[in-house]
Design a protein around this ligand. Structure first.
Ligand SMILES: NC(=O)c1ccc[n+]([C@@H]2O[C@H](COP(=O)([O-])OP(=O)(O)OC[C@H]3O[C@@H](n4cnc5c(N)ncnc54)[C@H](OP(=O)(O)O)[C@@H]3O)[C@@H](O)[C@H]2O)c1
Length: 258
């Protein structure tokens, strides 16, 4: 995706001195999150499976004067996740914010859903989120502070025909967020999730135009969200303004689910 020049709602020093990891940062919502975190003053480590596309986003951000580091990592592989955390600590000596954004869809009605499409979606969206969160806990607990922000979906709250695998993974992220929030609250770490509605990215571009029109009718604000809408919510949850919020699911959906 193109990195927009839209004005950020946040001060440049909101997250200054903080180091953030954003998974799935090579396009769409993840790229927008990386951009907003940079604008807010954070050093940002971007990862995705494709070294080339994630490096391209990181280079664009660097050319604007931001501090970034790009790395190929498949979050569904434990060894890749461990390397991601190790490399981040090598580069920046600390981790303050983890944004578990990487995700995939393999849509199909349940009767025809292949085992491998169930497994792939659960392994990436849910197990990958667990791998990254578990790996980052030790450094966060050591420094007695940290912010973990998981990207779920409204589909995890209300379900969606043809997305049993995706809905199960995204609902799993909600339970995972609350359980982890309870485990680490006394360590100064907050864990929250964002449940976006329909956001215009490559993921939603696959939805047929006719279905998109029907979906628009379900959105009280009558427009699809932009990746930056999710990114702004991430920056809020990562900031001191959200210090007293944990275990919550923040919907960014134009009122689609209420
Ligand atoms: N768009 C929406 O309307 C919407 C709504 C609700 C929730 N969400 C959630 O928001 C997140 C981002 O969605 P999006 O619309 O921006 O999707 P997208 O445009 O398809 O981007 C997905 C990103 O995740 C990366 N990725 C996929 N599998 C990965 C893996 N195993 N390891 C590391 N990176 C991986 C992709 O890069 P590579 O292909 O290079 O790995 C890409 O950077 C997802 O979790 C999605 O479920 C989106």
């Amino acid at each position: 995706m193109d990195i927009t020049t839209e004005q950020s709602a946040f001060r440049a020093d909101l997250l200054s001195g903080k180091t953030a990891i954003v998974t799935g940062a090579s396009r769409g919502i993840g790229a927008a999150i990386a951009h907003r975190l940079c604008e807010s003053g954070a050093n940002v480590v971007l990862c995705s499976r494709s070294a080339e596309s994630v490096a391209q986003i990181a280079d664009t951000l660097q050319s604007k004067g931001y501090v970034t580091y790009a790395m190929a990592a498949n979050i569904s592989e434990k060894a890749d996740v461990e390397a991601l955390i190790e490399k981040t600590l090598d580069q920046f000596s600390q981790i303050d914010i983890l944004v578990n954004n990487a995700g995939i869809t393999r849509d199909m009605l349940l009767m025809r859903l292949k085992d491998e499409d169930w497994d792939a979606v659960l392994q990436t969206n849910l197990t990958g989120t667990m791998y990254c969160t578990r790996a980052v806990l030790r450094p966060l607990i050591r420094q007695k502070s940290g912010r973990i922000i998981n990207i779920s979906s409204v589909v995890g709250l209300v379900g969606n025909a043809g997305q049993a695998n995706y809905a199960a993974a995204k609902a799993g992220i909600i339970g995972f967020t609350k359980a982890t929030a309870k485990e680490v609250a006394t360590r100064g770490i907050t864990v929250n999730a964002i449940a976006p509605g329909f956001i215009t990215t490559d993921m939603t571009a696959q939805i047929p135009e006719e279905h998109q029109k029907q979906l628009l009718e379900l959105i009280p604000l009558r427009e699809f969200g932009h990746p930056e809408d999710v990114a702004d919510a991430v920056c809020f949850l990562a900031s001191d303004a959200a210090r007293y919020i944990t275990g919550q699911i923040l919907q960014v959906d134009g009122g689609m689910v209420m």
